[in-house]
Design a protein around this ligand. Structure first.
Ligand SMILES: [Zn+2]
Length: 472
């Protein structure tokens, strides 16, 4: 089966490569999910949106995708945060798991097939640690924790491209997060200590809890097999998290862990790295509470290439909202058109935009170029519509094409859904129609004004009345 000609930039090889799945027509894909110690911020959401586009594009090209996104509900941060509040860790994380699902739904992110929780996969993690101990890749420290010996794994550093000097051998790190410069033996199983409180499991390898990195190795391989196609994540997780995932998994199985590693770049807010102390730190709920449309947020965050930093600004958000309005108005015009057939002109435009859009997306998901093709197309078709061209049938054909693109973009359908009129507005529009038929212009105008105060603009056209929702 031929599934297009997709090329991805593979972090592992530092090259753009043609994507070939292990099993024809099927893709197995893992994405590092949220650490549920707090509300996720829009930087996290950029990663989930990028992964959504990866998945949607593979599906557009006919692949059947199995996606796993883990939920980290036990690690250093979740323990620290629940302790600070003095509540059980489960109670703490459940609240943020719920919030996470609300966010991805609001952004129209397709659901993964599995959302495994770390706390529900402790036996799998223990089995993996045992294997590493048996094979001599891991050892027990004097604190009774188990560490991965990076000197035993000759490929250590291949993903993040770091050289591990001899001096580093034997140095140990017990925390989940650390910098490249601190590369050293990392913890795979943390022996209980008093800071962990009541967070521990009594297992064959002792009383304790898993290290963060082993969680993803165990859960990804359980659902996707020892070797799978794609692993995605934010660039900030490349080291140490993904590097350690490779080391643990490949040391345990002796097989290649993942064929394609895809990393998205950071999101900046108003040109700066997001930080609470800079007051430029936002969750989706913050933005929605300020009245911003999640579809505009989705559009803004996915419209740049994932490999580039994106600058999130309120000006950009406003521009995104207007762009979506243009797209929706375009679709509305197409639904109503009844002009003279444009024939070959339309066929050529349809063919051109599809070719351009697909080639750009196949080229390492170049969304910005794909969108440029789309907007050239919108402009050209709008020109035809202005000239009274585009028949009803042609309009429908273009709408179908737009829906096809929107399966990937995931924005127009959502906007249109929300634009459904309220019952009240619908009745008013009908009453106004009756008034016009009876040449009762006064009532018709009154109703028009009333609708205007509800944010609904009525236009009388040769084809009948048209309405649109005005957001300003
Ligand atoms: Zn992970």
């Amino acid at each position: 089966m031929q599934n297009g000609n997709i090329h991805f930039f593979n972090t592992l090889t530092h090259q753009k490569e043609k994507f070939v799945s292990i099993e024809p027509g099927k893709v197995k894909m893992y994405t590092c999910g949220p650490t549920v110690y707090d509300y996720i911020h829009i930087g996290n959401l950029r990663a989930f949106l990028f992964e959504d586009i990866v998945r949607r594009w593979l599906e557009y090209r006919g692949f059947q995708v199995t996606q796993v996104m883990n939920v980290t509900d036990v690690d250093d941060r979740t323990i620290k945060a629940s302790k600070a509040l003095g509540i059980p860790i489960k109670q703490h994380t459940e609240c943020f798991i719920k919030a996470f699902f609300e966010d991805i739904e609001a952004l129209n992110i397709e659901k993964a097939d599995y959302y495994p929780k770390a706390t529900e996969h402790i036996p799998e993690m223990v089995a993996l640690v045992k294997k590493l101990l048996e094979k001599g890749y891991a050892y027990r420290g004097e604190d009774n924790s188990v560490y991965f010996a990076i000197s035993k794994f000759k490929d250590y550093g291949k993903l993040a491209r770091i050289q591990v000097g001899d001096l580093k051998a034997g140095a140990r790190v017990k925390v989940d997060e650390y910098a490249k410069e601190e590369a050293s033996d990392f913890v795979v199983w943390k022996a209980w200590d008093k800071d962990d409180g009541d967070v521990f499991w009594v297992t064959e390898i002792g009383k304790g809890r898993p290290g963060w990195h082993i969680e993803c190795s165990a859960m990804s391989m359980k659902y996707l097999g020892e070797t799978f196609d794609i692993h995605c994540g934010g660039v900030d997780n490349m080291f140490p998290h993904h590097e350690n995932e490779i080391a643990q998994s490949e040391a345990a199985t002796g097989k290649k862990f993942v064929n394609y590693w895809l990393h998205n770049e950071h999101l900046l807010v108003e040109g700066k790295k997001m930080a609470k102390r800079l007051h430029n730190y936002y969750t989706l709920k913050d933005l929605m509470a300020k009245g911003y449309d999640p579809m505009a947020i989705r559009y803004l965050m996915m419209s740049a290439h994932y490999g580039q930093q994106i600058n999130f600004t309120f000006e950009g958000l406003e521009a995104a909202r207007k762009t979506l309005e243009r797209l929706t108005n375009f679709v509305n015009r197409l639904l109503e058109t009844n002009g003279k057939p444009a024939g070959d002109k339309i066929n050529q435009l349809n063919e051109g935009v599809q070719k351009g859009f697909e080639a750009a997306m196949d080229d390492d998901l170049n969304v910005s170029v794909a969108l440029a093709h789309l907007f050239d197309f919108v402009r050209d078709v709008n020109n035809l519509l202005d000239n009274g061209e585009v028949s009803k049938e042609e309009g429908k054909g273009i709408c179908d094409l737009m829906s096809k693109f929107d399966k990937v973009l995931g924005v127009i359908g959502q906007v249109k859904e929300k634009e459904k009129l309220s019952k009240e507005a619908e009745e008013l529009i009908n009453r106004r129609e009756d008034a016009r038929k009876n040449k009762d212009w006064k009532t018709a105008d009154q109703i028009r004004d009333q609708l205007k105060t509800m944010g609904i603009v009525i236009e009388d056209t040769a084809q009948g009345i048209r309405w649109r929702i005005e957001k300003d």
